[in-house]
Structures are given as C-alpha cells and as structure tokens.
Write a protein that binds this ligand. Structure first.
Ligand code: GLU
Length: 508
C-alpha cells in the first residue's frame, strides 16, 4: 500500500432510510480516510431500480451534513472518478461482463422465469428447499455452456432476453484476508453462479461493485458483515478482471445488535428508541419515524457513541471528539463480534456532551426546541445563562424545555399542595419580609439574595430548610431545577417578586 493514496467508499443502495449501522460504516470509512490523508467517496448503488426509494439519496446527504461526515467525492460534490451514481455508469459495465464470457469465467443464460421455477421444483429436497443455480444444475439449463455456439449467437442476435452469470469454480477454496476477521476461507462448491448482468442491461451489485471499486481506485472496502457471503464472488471477479494483487483490502464490520438480535431499519421505533439518525418519512406508507436528532441528540454525541459500537482505543476512554477519533482510530481494533446498542448508554454520551458544551454551542438547538414548543425567546442572553444553569440536568436537548421552560413561561399550575401542608402565618410573614428586603437590594445576585434570605430566617427562628421549598415552588412551579438563588438572580428582581407575590395570593 505504501505510496498509494488511501481511497475508501461508502456505497449505499437508496432502498430506504439510512440507519444507525449504515452511519457507523460511514464513520469508520471517514475516520480511516482522514487519518491516512486519503479520500472518502460516496457512491450511490442504484442498479436495482425496483428497490429504489425516492428521497433515500437526499436523506443520506442530510445525515452526512448533520454529522459533519462529508465525503470528498460524491454525486453531489463531484470528483475525478464520476459519475458517482451507478445508474449513470450503466454503459461501462457490459464490456467487463462480456470479457468474462470470452475468457470462460462467465456465460450467457437464457432460462425464463418459468424454467428456473421448474428447475427449483425438480431439484428441491427437504434439506435444500430452494436450490440455487450452481455447478450442479448449470449443465442442465439453457445457457452458453449447454447450447451449441450457433444457437447462442442466434438467440443473442434475435434479442432473446438473457443474463450473464459468473461460472463459479466447482471445487476451489477462495481465501482472502479481512482486516478485522483475519484469513477467511470459502468453498466455491457452496456458492451459486451469480447473475452479473441483468436482462435489462443493468449490472447487478456484484459486478458493479467490483468494476467501480477498480475504476475509482478504491484501496480499502469497509462494509457491513452482511456482505461477507458475497466477498468470495467479489474476490473471484477481481482475480479474473483486474488481478487479485490490485484488490482493495477488506474489512467486514460487526452487526449492531438490539434487544432481539440484529438491529434493522425495519425496527423503526419498535424498542422505544430511534434507529435512524434523522426523521425518516416512509414514502410508501407516509409513516414518520423520528431520528436521533428529533430525540434531542447532539451530532457530536451521536458520532461518539457510534464510534464505540464495535471499536475502542484500548483504554477506558469513552468521550472522543471527532479529531480525537481521527487520531486514534484503527480498523484492526474493530471487534468482529456484534456490538450491543444500549439506549441508556447513548443518552449518557449525550448528557456528557451537553455538559461539556459551551452554552453558546447548545443555544441554536435549544432555541429551536423552545420554538417548536411555542415559546419565542426575545432575550437570547438570558437563554444562554439558563442553559448554563440547567445543562447538568439534561440528557437530551429536548430536556431543556422541561428544565428551563419556567424561566420564560410563568408556571401556570404551581405545585401548591407541596407547600400548603406546612404553610403557616410565620412563613407567610417571612416571605412578606423577604420581598421587602429583596426589593431594597441594589446588588441583585445569588450570594446577596441568599445572604438576606438566611439572615431573615435566623432572626425569625425559622429553619431555612422549611423555606427553600416554598421559594422554589414560587419561582419554578415544581420541585426541580438548579439552585434557587441562581434562579432568582436570572429571573431578575421584578419577575422574582411578582412570582413570590402571586403564590402568596394563592396560598391565602
Ligand atoms: N450497495 C451495498 C449496500 O447497499 C454496498 C455494499 C458494499 O459496500 O460493497 O450496502
């Protein structure tokens, strides 16, 4: 690899919303590319037109934008190896499929759907309920291995539909090295004769992926474990077309596991937590499924916990910035075993990121959350201070509404019962005195307010503990929130006194 520029790719098929597992593949590709001063390419693999889902490609761009994991080359960003959408490269693939036929590694197959069905019926046994098109059956089928040359030509000339299939060797062991799993061995006898070129002239994924990885000079292929069974066919295609020595290095990433095995995009909100980065609207059903962003996750936290789903740096360190991830990431440290996703742990990451972030960073998103909840904030500086006061208590960005909403919205239904049981004349007169004392102060800050509060309580022989809860209910409306004198400081004199008076009136 020395001297060769690292080029990696994320190659999604736009068949639905990109989920957490896909995003982790993006992330590992991105980190590896950045670490090795390489290029990160996004290639859209849309050769299966029947499974194409409108909006899926745009959704991928949105996810990349939100997480900041932007590609260097893509259909959107351009690049020297385009087009980056396989449907726009259709004409490039046929020559490779035909070259394989010429050299005896592939063949034309003319079997109709009915004939394939007959074969499956005939060959099926209890042990093998859906027989594949492989070396055992190909010599009984209608293809260029069984038909005389002239008949093949005649069919090709007269436009009889055909596919091109890979002629899988009967009895070979295909070996390749996986950067995560080590040496992997596959027996070709167990593999089918994969279709490479379809009747509509479109390549299948198997042909297109190999041709494009070659033409785009890809050096490393990092993709999900579900592609491992396809790898031997890809290795053979590399061997036949471009030379195995030019093949990229492989790494098949472990599955992400949910409560019941593999986590899939079909799980939607089944487990009460998101699997999509961003809200996904299923165009077929119209169903809207919220994503991590809508749940109140910071993109930094999302990227951080994704990185640790299957990788660590060899220490106990868990909080990483993107720069730190780039510096420490190595593909060899990715585990081969499935990585269990734990939503509570993901929230812990988000909580930590919220605590670590300056309130100015949190401000735009929190402001949006307030807006969505019908509160338009005119005093942005006050919001920034409120964020500072409550961020310790927030796991999700959406928690700011609950934790800091009272600063901007008068508590409509204060928890009167919490105060009433122990309310009495002494307490009432304490608060009347307190209002007077706070009214007079020139220095409206938490320390001064606390000082005046305590001195007054002592002089009236009331325990401050007895008075703090009523004060909190007056200012906040409930039994939660940051230190109460900090709240009073931020609310300001007029608002604080108004809230105390209001509750005194209601407690009469
Ligand atoms: N198009 C494949 C997918 O949808 C990509 C597999 C690969 O990276 O080779 O996941």
């Amino acid at each position: 690899m020395a001297g060769k520029q690292v080029r990696v790719r994320f190659a999604p098929s736009p068949t639905g919303g990109l989920h957490m597992g896909g995003m982790r593949t993006v992330l590992y590709n991105y980190l590896f590319a950045r670490k090795h001063q390489g290029r990160f390419i996004l290639r859209i693999e849309d050769t299966d037109q029947q499974r194409y889902v409108p909006g899926a490609e745009e959704y991928i761009y949105e996810c990349l934008k939100w997480t900041g994991l932007q590609p260097d080359e893509s259909p959107l960003h351009g690049g020297d190896y385009g087009p980056y959408r396989q449907s726009e490269r259709k004409e490039m693939y046929r020559q490779y499929a035909e070259k394989l036929v010429e050299e005896g590694y592939a063949y034309y197959a003319f079997d109709t759907a009915e004939e394939l069905e007959v074969m499956r019926e005939k060959m099926k046994t209890p042990d093998n309920p859906s027989p594949q098109y492989d070396f055992r059956v190909r010599l009984q089928m209608k293809n260029s291995l069984t038909l005389p040359e002239e008949q093949v030509q005649e069919k090709l000339n007269s436009g009889v539909p055909y596919v091109i299939r890979l002629k899988m060797p009967e009895n070979e062991t295909v070996k390749f090295h996986d950067l995560i799993r080590g040496d992997s061995l596959f027996q070709t006898a167990l593999l089918d004769d994969k279709v490479l070129l379809k009747a509509d002239g479109m390549p299948t994924y198997h042909l297109a992926v190999v041709v494009d990885d070659y033409l785009m000079k890809i050096t490393h292929v990092f993709r999900g474990e579900e592609w491992l069974p396809s790898a031997p066919a890809h290795v053979l295609l590399w061997r036949y077309l471009f030379g195995e020595e030019n093949m990229p290095q492989w790494a098949h990433l472990p599955l992400i596991l949910g409560p019941e095995g593999k986590l899939s995009k079909r799980d939607g909100m089944k487990y009460g937590f998101p699997v999509y980065p961003l809200e996904w609207k299923d165009p077929a059903t119209g169903e809207i499924i919220p994503g991590f962003r809508e749940f109140g996750f910071m993109p930094q936290a999302f990227v951080n916990f994704l990185a640790l789903l299957g990788w660590n740096d060899g220490t106990d360190k868990e909080i990483f910035t993107l720069e730190e991830l780039i510096e420490t990431f190595s593909i060899e440290r990715v585990h081969s075993a499935g990585a269990r996703f734990d939503f509570e742990k993901a929230k812990w990451f988000n909580h930590t990121w919220i605590k670590l972030s300056p309130s100015a960073t949190l401000l735009p998103e929190v402001n949006q959350t307030f807006k969505r909840n019908g509160i338009t904030i005119s005093d942005i500086q006050m919001l920034e201070k409120a964020i500072d006061l409550v961020k310790e208590r927030c796991h999700l960005l959406s928690d700011f509404m609950q934790q800091a909403g009272f600063f901007f919205q008068y508590p409509e239904n204060p928890d009167l019962t919490a105060v009433q049981a122990r309310w009495n004349e002494e307490k009432k007169s304490f608060f009347e005195n307190l209002m007077q004392l706070w009214q007079e102060t020139e220095t409206w800050n938490a320390a001064e307010l606390e000082n005046r509060f305590k001195t007054k309580a002592e002089s009236l022989h009331i325990k401050t503990g007895e008075l703090l809860l009523p004060l909190r209910i007056m200012l906040v409306g409930g039994k939660f929130g940051p230190p109460v004198f900090d709240i009073a400081e931020l609310l300001g004199k007029a608002e604080t006194l108004k809230r105390i008076q209001n509750l005194l009136d209601r407690l009469k």
